[in-house]
Design a protein around this ligand. Structure first.
Ligand code: PLP
Ligand code: TYF
Length: 398
């Protein structure tokens, strides 16, 4: 049975993580995998998470199974965080939320659900998008096509071309949008652009599917949810997948959520029964720990405040580093204008280098980044910034 299996390449992003670990160069810099790092290069457990874990250790009195939808309290609080309390209350029974094994689990659960009710539906994804969207959505059977999004030469969104492509989508189609902090390009839709896409969805009837993996890492928890909330308020149907990996620093605990909005309470109840059956067919129930931590934090005002304060520091550090990188590269006398990096949001931006230039950074300078020249801004610190800027300047000049 297993004699003739083809060897597949590893996930290039996770492969970089392993290569970085093996490298003995004391100047090595890791700008690969999208994991937040502090000034010391650590990915800390957030204070509120530690406190919630202590609380759970002391008070959790059972490890009995949870439901396919996970814990009600997590689902309730995460829906409030994503949609805002007022809107979430207004949505009432038209909205259902499922706790999922990370954002990835939510993306796959949503795709499997759509495949069940609309086999082979088409989903339009941005060019470029997160590489994992392809297997997470495509392996479920959805037909993936792309719409123009980021202009790598002018460093902006190709909005007219995007709208042109989306205007050809109809009621049998899904359109995947990044809620905020676009991965990999960092260029987000403006509020006016969100409004235009929402109008188009209303007119043409396509269903937006929003992946929001970085709520709170761009401009703020509410600001980053602008597009999600506008669409949830304006449209009768919407899929939103959110992740707690980055904003709660819970990566390995696999904590996320799938929220579905439909036109009526009855349709949502029927869809929820299908989603529960889909989850049963894949993993029965999501892992508990990360979701229990998040619910504990969101239920407790003091923990919630402390979490938000620490998240604010994360956000400020990333935004400060964006400015510092632009300045440091300019000080190297580089001709190209990198100021677009300062305007972009979240953990990622493209440096705009060729694959050859990227390979030189990796091989000659031990600066690790993916071939597309996407960098994780949080991997920069004030210690490695001068080395990084001078190395970038060198490969650009040669
Ligand atoms: N969507 C995007 C765009 C991401 O970058 C990520 C990863 O960080 C995810 C979804 C899901 O991540 P996780 O499964 O760790 O929650
Ligand atoms: O794009 C990234 O770097 C993050 C983390 O299989 C990630 O989203 C990378 C690869 C992967 C899962 C998560």
């Amino acid at each position: 049975m297993f004699e003739n299996i083809k060897n597949l390449p590893a996930d290039p992003i996770l492969g970089l993580m392993a290569a970085y670990r093996k490298d003995n160069n004391p100047h090595k810099v890791d700008l690969g995998v999208g994991v937040y790092k502090d000034e010391e290069g650590r990915t800390p457990v957030m204070r509120a998470v530690k406190a919630a874990e202590h609380h759970l250790l002391a008070t959790q009195d059972s490890k009995t199974y949870v439901a396919p939808a996970g814990q009600d309290s997590f689902n309730h609080h995460i829906a409030n965080l994503v949609f805002g309390k007022r809107l979430n209350t207004e949505l009432g029974g038209r909205r259902v939320t499922f706790q999922t094994p990370g954002g990835c689990g939510g993306l796959r659960l949503a795709a499997e659900f759509v495949q069940k009710v609309r086999p082979g539906a088409r989903i339009l994804v941005s060019d470029p998008t997160w590489a994992n969207h392809i297997p997470l959505l495509g392996d479920a059977g959805l037909r993936i096509e792309t719409y123009p999004y980021y202009d790598k030469v002018n460093h902006g969104i190709r909005f007219d071309q995007m709208m042109d492509a989306l205007s050809k989508a109809g009621s049998d189609d899904l359109v995947l949008l990044h809620g905020c902090c676009h991965n990999p390009c960092g260029a987000d839709l403006t509020q006016q652009q969100w409004q235009a896409v929402t109008e188009l969805a209303l007119q043409n009837g396509f269903t937006p599917f929003i992946d929001m993996a970085y709520q709170g890492l761009g401009d703020g928890l509410d600001e980053d949810a602008y597009g999600v909330r506008l669409m949830a308020e304006s449209l009768s149907e919407l899929i939103v997948v959110s992740s707690c990996s980055k904003n709660f620093g819970l990566y390995r605990e696999r904590t996320g959520a799938l929220s579905l909005i439909t036109g009526t309470q009855n349709a949502t109840a029927a869809a929820a029964s299908q989603i529960a059956a889909t989850a049963r067919g894949m993993y029965s129930m999501p892992p508990d720990h990360g979701a229990a931590v998040v619910a504990t934090i969101l239920e407790d005002q003091a923990l919630n405040n402390d979490w938000q304060a620490e998240l604010q520091q994360v956000r400020s550090r990333i935004n400060d580093l964006r400015g510092a990188l632009v300045k440091a590269i300019a000080e190297q006398g580089v001709d190209q204008d990198f100021s677009f990096i300062q305007a972009e949001k979240g953990m990622f931006s493209f440096l705009g280098l060729s694959v050859d230039q990227v390979h030189r950074l990796v091989n000659d300078y031990s600066i690790y980044l993916v071939d597309s020249s996407r960098i994780n801004i949080a991997g920069i610190n004030h210690n490695n910034l001068p080395y990084l800027a001078s190395s970038i300047a060198t490969v650009l000049k040669d």
